[in-house]
Design a protein around this ligand. Structure first.
Ligand SMILES: [Fe+2]
Length: 303
């Protein structure tokens, strides 16, 4: 049985205060630190989903998955069968679970925990041709609409070998391949979300972005405006991805990686006849939106 939740990601960053300022502007809330890391979470959730450790330069510190109940021992057994060695955790990390490294050397923590779902929004009321869902009510959001990330949806890493990462995460941890562009980008899931983990081909490993769900396209676009007004000018979007279908906006973080707002991602029930597709390369990034800036696919950890 596989891992069933993406619990949190942790970065090492050269300035934790700047990192906290960035993610708070983005809409996450801070937890009083109980250790040497900054802890951040979407406001509706109880646990932290992002951690910032101090380090000489930005890089992934670790990634945590959840495998609740009997899944935990099953994952441990799968790791053993695959001949993957459990390792000592890096210093200062949360207690619990087991630790391994993926083929790129990324530290992974598998914890005996399930996932936490945010409370549902009211159903959307959108008027479309032939379908009236909103009568005598004005639809434009207030200028003050709260930008409130609901949950961590996925993270995307650079890797020098996309195929090797697909093999490791599907075989050892039980993730499923959702879609890909062969040897260039791959999207995997451990929940009903189209993807929780994705890989983009590069000359080496690196952290590209973490993505948080928001409640509407308005929230993405207003969130983008607010980030720009707050001085975080660089980014990409608003647009719509082909793979996963979600609307997006990416704000560039202080270290050249990104934080994404997403809305309306494809949903894949656990038992269903979903067939992963090999998309052509021109579908890798988007169906519509502004042209991506060149730095969007730059692995700044290699420079
Ligand atoms: Fe994304």
């Amino acid at each position: 049985m596989p891992v069933r939740a993406l619990l949190h990601y942790a970065l090492e960053v050269p300035d934790q205060a700047v990192g906290e300022k960035f993610y708070r502007a983005f809409g996450l809330v801070g937890e009083p630190a109980r250790d040497n890391a900054v802890h951040l979470r979407p406001a509706p959730l109880k646990r932290e989903y992002a951690r910032l450790y101090a380090g000489p330069r930005k890089r992934l510190h670790h990634l945590a998955f959840g495998a609740p109940d009997e899944n935990f021992e099953a994952v441990r057994e799968s790791i053993r069968r695959a001949g993957v060695r459990e390792v000592d955790p890096p210093r200062g990390v949360p207690d619990g679970g087991l630790w391994i490294r993926d083929p790129d050397g990324n530290y992974l923590n598998v914890r005996p925990e399930g996932r936490e779902e945010p409370p549902p929004d009211p159903p959307p009321a959108i008027n479309t041709p032939g379908h009236v869902a909103r009568e005598t009510v004005r639809g434009c959001p207030e200028r003050t609409l709260e930008i409130a990330p609901r949950k961590l949806g996925h993270v995307l890493f650079f890797t020098p070998d996309v195929a090797r990462q697909i093999d490791f995460y599907t075989r050892v941890l039980g993730l499923k391949l959702s879609d890909r562009v062969k040897n260039f980008v791959a999207f995997l899931r451990c929940t009903t979300d189209h993807h929780n983990l994705a890989f983009l081909e590069s000359n080496g490993p690196g952290f590209h972005h973490a993505s948080f769900q928001v409640g509407s396209l308005d929230e993405i676009a207003l969130g983008a405006m607010r980030m720009r007004d707050a001085g975080w000018q660089q980014g990409w979007g608003v647009g719509r991805h082909v793979i996963g279908s979600n609307y997006f906006y990416y704000t560039r973080d202080p270290w050249g990686s990104f934080a994404e707002y997403y809305h309306d991602l494809d949903y894949i029930p656990e038992q269903c006849a979903w067939v992963p597709r090999d998309f052509p390369e021109e579908d890798s990034l988007y169906r519509w939106g502004p042209t991506p800036p060149p730095e969007f696919v730059e692995n700044t950890e290699l420079t």
